[in-house]
Design a protein around this ligand. Structure first.
Ligand SMILES: [Cu+2]
Length: 56
C-alpha cells in the first residue's frame, strides 16, 4: 500500500463488507484501522482479495 489509490481500493474492499464501517488508513505506517462489524479475518480476506498483502 503506497498511495492514495491503494487506500481507496482497501477502503472500498472493507466498505464492501460493511458500508457503515469507519476505515482509517495511515499511509506512512501502513496501519489500517477499522471500526465496524467485520471481523479481523474477514477484513484481511477483503484486503487480500483486493490485491494487497496483510502483515499483522
Ligand atoms: Cu497505490
Amino acid at each position: 500500500m503506497v498511495c492514495n489509490g491503494c487506500v481507496d481500493t482497501v477502503t472500498k474492499a472493507i466498505k464492501g463488507l460493511d458500508s457503515d464501517a469507519k476505515v482509517e488508513i495511515d499511509l506512512s505506517t501502513k496501519m489500517v484501522k477499522v471500526d465496524g462489524k467485520p471481523t479481523d479475518d474477514s477484513i484481511k480476506e477483503a484486503i487480500t482479495s483486493a490485491g494487497h498483502t496483510v502483515e499483522s
